[in-house]
Design a protein around this ligand. Structure first.
Ligand code: AMP
Ligand code: MG
Length: 340
């Protein structure tokens, strides 16, 4: 089965082609156009600009795939219908509808979050590979630019959401902290880089830490912003101070995430843990989680599959079709800022 996966939920335009059979997969093509340069000067994603970039880049990426692959051979188009930014999703939807009509193919609607958790099952490499099997129950943390969700999965078909962020997502909070420090967008990787140079830790609050499994990062961001203002009153922000502040913010966010993971581990005794989404690319976060749970099988995506891309969407599409999820005609396609 050959699936074309299309990703336009936020600021990455991704189109990938995969071939799958009997729980095996090979990536035939993987095209990605990142928009970080467009959004950098705004310190965050501007939805309408994201939509414009998707509309511009989708035909370019498809052309690259079409150069050495006959699109008629595709079995399904997998498309991430949300959650995401509406203008960005609508740009993708218009493209997918036209393509599905032109090729006369059915569409597999893919939940963007499922694409994140399935991303840990494969490697980003050429050639055939087995899709990993994992032991359940598994605890899943999705930490991205738009989401911080904690789930317990009995199996792939049965899940319970334990908690989510009540305001900013973890990635979004790192992006905002980076903006306060003038580090550019996306902020997560910049904060990670600067943190390595730190010599000092500034204490910051951990909102709603002891209250269940929800997260809250906006109060932390405000406290951080106040701290930076205070420091600026008596000194210029030099590189060392920026490093110390980056480290302190990152450490606080990660300690909050880990606190909730540990709490869920002791309450629900999962057999495995999955941490996925853009923030999971962070090597310090990975080390911190492994250190506190040394005896656990913990799955992280490969760095290039942690952030948004078409391979994750195509893989999710395959797993959905394999499990008899209905496919739809182009006229039935709709997109969602939040999934119903
Ligand atoms: P996604 O929404 O899954 O595409 O992920 C994008 C988010 O991941 C943004 O908020 C980035 O700042 C964040 N991110 C990407 N790489 C890293 C990293 N190495 N460390 C921390 N956050 C990261
Ligand atoms: Mg994402």
């Amino acid at each position: 089965m050959i699936i074309l996966g299309i990703e336009t939920t936020c600021d990455e335009t991704g189109i990938s082609l995969i071939e799958c059979e009997n729980n095996r997969l090979r990536i035939l093509k993987n095209e990605l156009a990142s928009q970080y340069k467009v959004h950098n000067k705004f310190g965050g994603v501007v939805p309408i600009l994201a939509a414009r970039e998707h509309t511009k880049n989708l035909p370019i990426l498809l052309k690259k795939i079409n150069q050495d692959f006959n699109l008629e051979k595709i079995d399904y188009l997998a498309f991430s219908v949300g959650p995401g930014l509406l203008p960005a999703l609508i740009a993708g939807k218009e493209f997918v509808i036209k393509l599905a009509e032109k090729l006369n193919k059915k569409i597999i609607p893919v939940d963007h979050l499922s694409a994140h958790w399935y991303s840990v099952l494969i490697k980003n490499k050429s050639g055939w590979q087995k899709i990993k099997q994992i032991d359940f129950p598994t605890l899943i943390l999705i930490v991205s630019g738009g989401h911080t969700n904690l789930y317990l999965f009995e199996n792939w078909g049965k899940r319970k959401k334990l908690g989510q962020t009540l305001d900013d997502a973890a990635g979004e909070s790192l992006d905002k902290a980076a903006r306060i420090l003038n580090l550019g967008y996306p902020g997560g990787p910049q904060i990670e880089k600067m943190s390595k140079l730190a010599k000092k830790y500034y204490m910051l609050p951990k909102p709603i830490l002891n209250k269940g499994y929800n997260f809250s990062f906006s109060g932390l961001k405000t406290a951080f912003s106040e701290l930076v203002k205070e420091i600026k009153k008596y000194q210029k922000l030099n590189q060392q101070t920026v490093a110390d502040l980056s480290f302190s913010f990152q450490k606080t966010v990660f300690e909050i995430l880990i606190y909730k993971i540990k709490k869920a581990v002791s309450e629900f005794s999962p057999k495995t843990i999955i941490v996925a989404g853009g923030v999971s690319a962070n090597q310090t976060l990975r080390k911190m989680i492994k250190n506190v749970l040394p005896n656990f099988k913990i799955y992280f995506p490969e760095k290039t599959l942690a952030t948004d891309n078409g391979v994750n969407i195509a893989l999710a599409g395959y797993l959905l079709v394999k499990n008899k999820r209905k496919v739809i005609g182009a006229s039935k396609l709709d997109v969602y800022q939040r999934l119903p």
